[in-house]
Ligand binder design. Sequence first.
Ligand SMILES: Nc1ncnc2c1ncn2[C@@H]1O[C@H](COP(=O)(O)OP(=O)(O)OP(=O)(O)O)[C@@H](O)[C@H]1O
Ligand SMILES: [Mg+2]
Length: 374
Amino acid sequence: MAPTKQQILDSLAKIPGPDGTPLSASGKLSDVMVSDGKVFFSITVDAAAVQAWASVRDRAQAAVQAVPGVQSAMVALTAERNATAPPAGPQQGARPAAPAGGRAAASPIGVPAVEAIIAVASGKGGVGKSTTAVNLALGLRDLGLKVGILDADIYGPSLPKLLAIREKPETAGGTRLKPIMRYGLTAMSIGFLIDEETPMIWRGPMVISALTQMLREVEWGALDVMVVDMPPGTGDAQLTMAQQVPLKGAVIVSTPQDLALIDARRGIAMFRKVNVPVLGIIENMSYFLCPQCGTRSDIFSHGGARHEAQRLGVPFLGEVPLHMDIREKSDAGLPVVATAPDSPLAAVYRDIAAKVIEQLKSPTRPAPKIVIEE
Ligand SMILES: Nc1ncnc2c1ncn2[C@@H]1O[C@H](COP(=O)(O)OP(=O)(O)OP(=O)(O)O)[C@@H](O)[C@H]1O
Ligand SMILES: [Mg+2]
């Protein structure tokens, strides 16, 4: 039988916090989410008290795990940094302490064995970010790298569909989750844990908890690159993510149209604000490639993103055509780079992957005279 929220809260009533107050009455708990035997919640405490709470978190997780019907529990301990504390972490030195939402930033979430974490982002939705993230990850794999992909779009996870993953991650040693391997990629998505139909309503701190868990409590193993598929937009949630994850760089996906380019500009501005290098722009759905005859037509006056990249002083990484195979194969969980590796489409993504690596190794400095803050 599926466990109820009340059963979870009852189990937490038996766990005392450091001062003896039961966890359920401590005021530190986020909303408890129970879905299909999976339980998620966070405990938010003062940064100074984190040590004292670590064992409480462990006991809470064990108690929830012991409730009949619970398949897995994700319990995150998140710290509210007080406003005067300096930002922490080697990569964070130059970053502002608080994101725009006013919520103070905790330490960035690192994954020790991952060499470089890069975000694939866009200012607006539906430009093909997830499709690009998956094929870029596969392109990086083809260059001989060990690659992971993290679906950070907790509002609308795409990886279950794009990689045709139906199985649930197994737990490793009680609290950690094993990622799912597909096409040589190590993959994790909140969508592997919940049913696609379940509407997910996340409150601010839960976003970071879920992300923390997916970064720190998943057995990623040693990776050269982790590609993070970001949620669309440049709101507080995205800004906080950009700030919390120690990103080596961000790739911006845009379509050629003017309106999408305005959003791409906002995306670039967001990453610059938190001192994450923009590795470049990809123009997706750049031109139409006829599936029958292979003829190319520039139906949208393509080239807008290349021009915009030049204007903003960021590298242009390449053009991906609008092609039925990309859409059909992506939506069927058969990404082109994995299933049609000899196609020209796969070559496009591999070229982009090579440019991304080039940028990671020796970033092009942005042209200083261009101001893009809006
Ligand atoms: N180059 C392309 N050619 C044809 N179809 C594409 C291409 N890129 C993406 N698509 C299709 O466009 C749709 C949206 O793509 P995708 O889900 O990757 O966008 P997204 O930016 O991640 O969206 P969201 O903002 O909702 O996360 C999908 O059906 C996908 O198959
Ligand atoms: Mg997406």
